[in-house]
Design a protein around this ligand. Structure first.
Ligand code: SF4
Length: 234
């Protein structure tokens, strides 16, 4: 399987200690993508190597997060890893862009995930501008599917000042349904579109203010994630 790397983190699974495994490959081309090196990375690891990596830190882990890239490009491999994580009693989380609702359904049918983070990158009708592909309806299908299975769902949007307006974020807040909505701070280093390297990183106080504005439009918990303050509940 194609795996670009892994890190241990306490911010990817609601304050649980988690091993985050970055599956390579993604068919999208989000202009602000900062995992550029993962998009076409050809580093291969065997399931045994991944298993060894999980086992060697399992004593102090609560969870394993499968992230990317887009993990569902390698659905069978992801199922193999998730099944193993479940078998040793750790919690599981999947990060996805929601472009493969049918593959996602396969994982939901197997009851392999405790928590899903779904990127909603734009209002569903404006996806092409951000990702280069008109896939908003597929992402909405994924969101509805996850909610129908009752899996804990966080929806995340990376706010890029030149690509999103504040109104876009309000529209997203109205369109989505999830337990948590997180506005993430855009980072301007190592991004796919070099023009975005000149765009200023949004101030975390402005993001908190924006999050406050959308609260009346969203039923769940609203958060902001920034380099300065980590994860803040608004
Ligand atoms: S931001 Fe995520 S979905 Fe978009 S190109 Fe990068 S890895 Fe793929």
């Amino acid at each position: 399987m194609f795996v670009g790397g892994s890190v241990i983190s306490s911010v990817e699974f609601h304050a649980h200690m988690a091993l985050v495994i970055f599956m390579s490959k993604c068919p999208l081309a989000c202009r602000y993508c900062h995992n550029v090196e993962l998009l076409e990375d050809d580093t291969e690891k065997s399931f045994e190597e991944i298993k060894h990596e999980i086992d060697s830190s399992a004593d102090f882990l609560d969870a394993v997060v499968i992230s990317g890239g887009e993990p569902l490009v390698q659905t069978d491999e992801v199922i193999e890893i998730l099944t193993y994580i479940r078998s040793i009693g750790l919690k599981t989380k999947l990060d996805t862009s929601g472009i493969y609702p049918d593959k996602l359904k396969k994982i939901l049918d197997l009851d392999l995930v405790d928590f899903i983070s779904l990127d909603v990158k734009a209002p569903f009708s404006k996806y092409r501008k951000i990702t280069g592909a008109d896939i908003g309806s597929e992402v909405k299908k994924s969101m509805d599917l996850i909610n129908s299975y009752g899996v804990h769902l966080e929806i995340r949007t990376t706010f890029v000042p030149t690509l999103h307006s504040k109104e876009d974020i309000v529209v997203i807040a109205v369109e989505i349904e999830s337990d948590v909505y997180t506005i993430q701070q855009f980072r301007n280093r190592n991004v796919l579109d070099p023009a975005l390297e000149k765009v200023e990183v949004p101030n975390p106080h402005d993001l908190a203010e924006l999050a406050g504005e959308i609260k009346p439009h969203f039923k769940g918990i609203v958060k902001v994630k920034s380099a300065e303050f980590g994860e803040q509940v608004i």
